[in-house]
Design a protein around this ligand. Sequence first.
Ligand SMILES: *Cc1c(COP(=O)(O)O)cnc(C)c1O
Length: 425
Amino acid sequence: MPDARVEELLALDRQHVWHPYGPMPGRREPLLVESAAGVRLRVAGHGELVDGMSSWWSAIHGYNHPALNEAARGQLDRMSHVMFGGLTHEPAVELTRRLVDMSPDGLEHVFLADSGSVSVEVALKMCLQYWRSLGRPEKRRMLTWRGGYHGDTWHPMAVCDPEGGMHELWSGALPRQVFADAPPSSYEEEYARHLSDLIERHAHEVAAVIVEPVVQGAGGMRFHSPTYLRVLREACDAHDVLLVFDEIATGFGRTGALFAADHAAVTPDVMCVGKALTGGYLTSAATLCTSRVAEGISRGEVPVLAHGPTFMGNPLAAAVACASIDLLLGQDWRAEVKRIEAGLRTGLSEAKSLPGVRDVRVLGAIGVVQLDHPIDMAAATRAAVAEGVWLRPFRDMVYTMPPYITGDDDLARIARAVCAAAREG
Ligand SMILES: *Cc1c(COP(=O)(O)O)cnc(C)c1O
């Protein structure tokens, strides 16, 4: 792209385009991506950058993948969209079948949503409506642990970490939920008791517990013992509370299990997936639930789930999602994620000795370097770009979740860039 055109686009961008979590007008210049293929982004003025972010967990197979392109093209020639009210189609039915087959046993029904946040809204609505249908409308609060992130729309914001999280500004305006302490990384009996006690104490007013299983993503990239999922399952069963797993970040192999729930062999009552669902091609998410939840709702005074996004079940997104799932399950994805885990462990180990580094942790295809101070985002990003890598550090962290197709040399380069960003940031 000619330099003059790049300048023009960036000037218009600064003037008119609101970027995620940014001010208006923008204070920092975004990089202009011209195209992407495999694990590389072609960026104006910087050549090719190896992508260490999978476009926020989603592009697990990399960019411009022939099988996903083919699925999109094939569907485009049939139809890109039809409404889902009163109509159905093969891509949506096939996607639903795949999700039911691959998810923890017992999740039988699927609501197709158009983004992760909406799938969380739907999950919360299902839980509240379930208890309303059973004549217990007073059970309408949610319980979660601190340090979580569940999206940016209203009710998901209410279950994000209320302090220090990105939605702290709204804590007085949002519905007040019940918060447990953030989960410790390893299993502690005392914390398990804290969770169970809190669930028991609030069971009369709580509809459901919602958590990100095993990995808390945008709330701080913290990992915790899968045993806590079993503690939650038992306490929820004992005290008539539903359990929701938000697997929007963790789903589709990222943590080394197909879903993080699999680490503990626990089936939640409701589960949200998104992000990697379409391999990063199109916006789509899903809320899965058990027959108990679906039947409970359907026996109520209002026996329907009153939700129906305009682009629900979008055929293009569903067709690509099917292709992405087939691509994932058709290969030894477990070995690929293990390979990336090993590469990140080796590559990031040198970060442990850097000044200002508090913790280095790796799980599945996720690597995190946490500093003891807020990061200088601009300096850290510049350092990564100088190494030929795209990273998006935030808060006190540099982290990476590369596409599963990342080769060993590119992986080593990503790890070098994470260390450089941690040093400069
Ligand atoms: C990203 C994310 C969401 C929100 O998904 P969007 O598609 O951005 O609305 C919700 N929960 C978790 C755990 C996420 O990582």
